[in-house]
Design a protein around this ligand. Structure first.
Ligand code: ATP
Ligand code: MG
Ligand code: MG
Length: 381
């Protein structure tokens, strides 16, 4: 049989998929399907196989994923845009399947392996530049990723990956510790953006509600029509999380998510709020924001926290960069091109060829003691 307790997930066992892919172990599970490490007997290559749940809605979105991945592999023949490459796709026992090049740990697992201590600013900058290359290409070809989060950014180094065992894939993910946050002296990490399973063309948006909660942009929360600027919002959230080890806006629900943003950035302009179809959910008839208490009894007050207190003692250029990613108004938010030209990133580019020296001279402290917990992985929808 190929039904597990969730009904529409493919039941992974000792199996050959499509008379070709021998399942070796499970690499991950998301809301759309599962990913297994496989030996491709045709090419003798190890690949990652994503098996989509066999429900209409997931399959429909899966077809969009195929279309986007196919477009992107044509745009990136030289493999320089930091995005995952699809090798093949097919239908198997009612499940849509894709194969990909095998990659390593995702950034959430990686942060976890380092005890959520966060990484230094040089690693943040390196990752930021790589993600921006991808986002810049996406913007050029008018594709919105719609689900950028640490789980969807993978290290290319597969050597340290400790896969889940086949029979414990529903339990805790057991990855070995592979990163030492206090220094950065190893080879340069390469990353790739994966999971185009929520993506869309700017002109063909299917859903009004996208992104995983912690990384969800204010326009999506407020119900304003969105654009590729939502990916820049998520990028800002991811970079802070990489630096501190914890999500910047850990909202327990939609309403608290908006309050988390306000807690740091104050109230948005009423012009922006007025454009939102969901205004009444968050504001009363006088235009006053409705405050809510979370499960720990905490009531977040607009403007009561600051970004610089979260990013203690760090490069002011980094803070400026983050503020420009986390601009309320999507029209005013920094674009991928603007970001690649920002001094915080430019400095990296100009020093690219002197990295050894650069990294040893400018080691930044990592932020510890920022205590918060990821209660929910808050996946879309
Ligand atoms: P989501 O819930 O984020 O929508 P999803 O169901 O769309 O997830 P993916 O994000 O594509 O699934 O994959 C789930 C997980 O599997 C990833 O977070 C990653 O850890 C692992 N994974 C995916 N692709 C690869 C790959 N090419 N190599 C190694 N691991 C991978
Ligand atoms: Mg995913
Ligand atoms: Mg997905």
């Amino acid at each position: 049989g190929y039904d597990d307790t969730r009904g529409d997930y493919y039941l992974i066992q000792n199996d050959h998929i499509h008379y070709r892919y021998e399942i070796l172990c499970v690499l991950g599970k998301g809301s759309f399907g599962q990913v297994a490490k496989c030996l491709d007997h045709k090419t003798n290559r190890i690949v990652a196989l994503k098996i989509i749940r066999n429900k209409k809605r997931f399959e429909k979105q899966g077809m969009v994923e195929v279309k986007v991945l196919d477009k992107l592999r044509k745009e990136d023949e030289d493999d320089k845009y930091n995005l995952v490459h699809m090798l093949d796709y097919f239908q198997f026992r009612g499940h849509l399947c894709f194969t990909f090049e095998l990659l390593g740990n995702n950034l959430y697992e990686w942060l976890k392996s380092g005890g959520f201590r966060g990484v230094n600013l040089e690693v943040c900058r390196n990752f930021s530049a790589q993600m921006l290359h991808c986002l810049n290409l996406l913007k050029e070809v008018k594709i919105i990723h719609c689900d950028l989060k640490p789980e969807n950014v993978l290290l290319c180094d597969v050597a340290n990956k400790q896969p889940q065992s086949k029979d414990t894939h529903r339990g805790e993910r057991g990855y070995s510790a592979t990163h030492n946050p206090s220094d950065f002296d190893g080879p340069e990490y390469k990353i790739k953006i994966i999971d185009f399973g929520s993506s869309c063309y700017e002109s063909e948006k299917i859903y009004t509600y996208v992104q995983s909660r912690f990384y969800r942009s204010p326009e999506v929360i407020l119900g304003i029509s969105y654009s590729s600027a939502i990916d820049m919002w998520s990028l800002g959230c991811i970079l802070v999380e990489l630096y501190t080890g914890y999500p910047l806006f850990p909202g327990e629900n939609e309403h608290e998510q908006l309050l988390c943003i306000m807690e740091i950035f104050g109230l948005p302009s009423m012009n922006l709020v007025d454009r939102g179809t969901r205004k009444k959910t968050y504001f009363d008839s006088n235009g006053t924001v409705k405050l809510v208490v979370n499960s720990k009894g905490k009531k977040r007050k607009p403007g009561s926290k600051s970004l610089s207190s979260i990013l203690k003692n760090c490069d002011p250029l980094f803070i400026d960069f983050i503020e420009k990613c986390l601009e309320w108004d999507p029209e005013k938010r920094m674009t991928p091109l603007g970001a690649l030209r920002h001094d915080w990133i430019k400095e990296y580019h100009s020093n690219k060829y002197m990295q050894q020296q650069f990294f040893s001279e400018k080691k930044m402290p990592t932020s510890a003691n920022f205590v918060s917990y990821r209660e929910s992985k808050g996946s879309f929808p």
